[in-house]
Design a protein around this ligand. Structure first.
Ligand code: ZN
Ligand code: ZN
Length: 229
């Protein structure tokens, strides 16, 4: 099939790559978005930055980044004008505070490792933008994401919040910011080129369904998550 025909048949790919679907994620009769390649080892640097939570890999750059604990692209999708933070270790119990996106950063990741994980930030942003579309009035456009990327973005967010000391238990007891022994965060976050990922993980299917609230008949929208193993 020629390029022009593939573009006519599938349009632009649902993954947001701006390539034709038939040349990107529509293969062998179905849609599949491969997980992003994340390589935390081949950064081109050697060294261990004391503030970086991946310092044990000894592939840090010498400068630490102002890492957004929750990806900036996700915060923008959530609505930068109305962000309020609660539950953090630096707030009193029950207190909420308005925050700008630029203030939600921590020095917990070196620049090299921040760059290596950037594709997961992008996946998180696309995920939230898709959720925002569902709650809007416009007909949502199909969006294709890798479940493995979304899971890794969630893990990355949890690690950043923990490493920056912002997580606390009930009663504002600050949590230590470390994960249990035996959890290899780097192995969970990275996918090397050529490594086959089994088709397991979080899947999200969205469909327009009737709204079940009493007295309402307008269409509502439903998100269905399922774990496939
Ligand atoms: Zn694609
Ligand atoms: Zn690092």
């Amino acid at each position: 099939m020629g390029e022009a025909k593939r573009k006519r048949q599938f349009g632009l790919c649902r993954c947001g790559s701006l390539r034709a679907g038939g040349e990107c994620c529509f293969r062998n009769g179905s849609w599949f978005k491969p997980p992003s390649t994340v390589d935390l080892i081949a950064t081109g640097f050697s060294g261990s930055h004391p503030r970086c939570y991946l310092r044990h890999l000894n592939t840090c750059s010498d400068k630490v980044s102002r890492e957004h604990t929750i990806s900036a692209v996700v915060l923008r999708a959530m609505g930068s004008a109305s962000l309020r933070v609660g539950g953090a270790s630096w707030l009193a119990d029950g207190e909420e505070r308005a925050m700008g996106i630029s203030g939600m950063v921590a020095n917990c990741l070196c620049i090299a490792h921040k760059g290596a994980l950037a594709s997961l930030d992008a996946a998180g942003g696309q995920f939230y933008e898709s959720l925002q579309q569902l709650s809007g009035l416009k007909k949502p456009t199909p969006s294709l994401l890798s479940g493995h990327d979304i899971e890794r973005w969630m893990l990355k967010t949890a690690v950043a919040l923990a490493a920056s000391g912002q997580l606390c238990a009930v009663g504002q007891e600050r949590l230590p910011g470390t994960f249990a022994d035996g959890i290899d965060l780097a192995a969970l976050l990275q996918v090397s080129i050529g490594v086959l990922i089994p088709t397991s993980g979080l899947r999200c299917r969205c469909a327009t369904i009737p709204d079940f609230r009493p007295g309402r008949s307008r269409a509502g929208r439903k998100i269905r998550f399922r774990q496939r193993v």
